[in-house]
Design a protein around this ligand. Structure first.
Ligand code: FE2
Length: 156
């Protein structure tokens, strides 16, 4: 490649920014309302409201009932996650290597972890948490993710 082309590429790339995260450098942060679940925040977008995290979930932990106000995507890295009761109840059982897409408007009751699990997760907007009577108990958006992340201990 010519020096001129390299310079032009650098000029163009300087106007945008790519992201590189080494998760081992980040501390796990407790995910509120879900004992046994921690996360590492990889990226948050104030423009699109998308947030991307790594979740670590102990066996027996789970996310309470929620409504996706933005679509979610996940990739299981290890462990086993049961969505909507798992495959035995007509839902999904996701294991290492599995990818899932959760459309906007999807309601998930108890999403539980059968074994210690780690998964990559992106949500394209907020998640609304509800009780069994559909009363809203909280809405988690990109700003909430940043606030939780700010409570993380400094990396060592
Ligand atoms: Fe969900």
């Amino acid at each position: 490649m010519s020096d001129q082309k390299t310079i032009l590429d650098q000029m163009r790339n300087a106007q945008i920014q790519d992201t590189y995260i080494h998760p081992d450098d980040l501390a796990w942060v407790p995910f509120p309302g879900a004992p046994g679940i921690d996360m590492k925040v990889l990226r948050v977008s104030s423009e699109s409201g998308t947030w991307t995290v790594l979740f670590q979930c102990t066996a027996g932990s789970g996310f309470p009932r929620h409504l996706h106000l933005g679509a979610g995507e996940y990739l299981m890295i290890s462990g086993e996650m049961e969505v909507r009761g798992g495959a035995k109840a007509g839902g999904i059982t996701a294991v290492a290597g599995d990818y899932g897409y959760e459309p906007t408007g999807m309601i998930h009751d108890w999403t539980n972890f059968v074994s210690d699990s780690v998964f990559f997760f992106t949500n394209h907007g907020p998640i609304q948490f509800m009780d069994d009577d559909d009363n809203i108990v909280g809405v988690l958006d990109w700003q909430g993710i940043l606030a939780i992340d700010a409570s993380a201990p400094a990396p060592v």
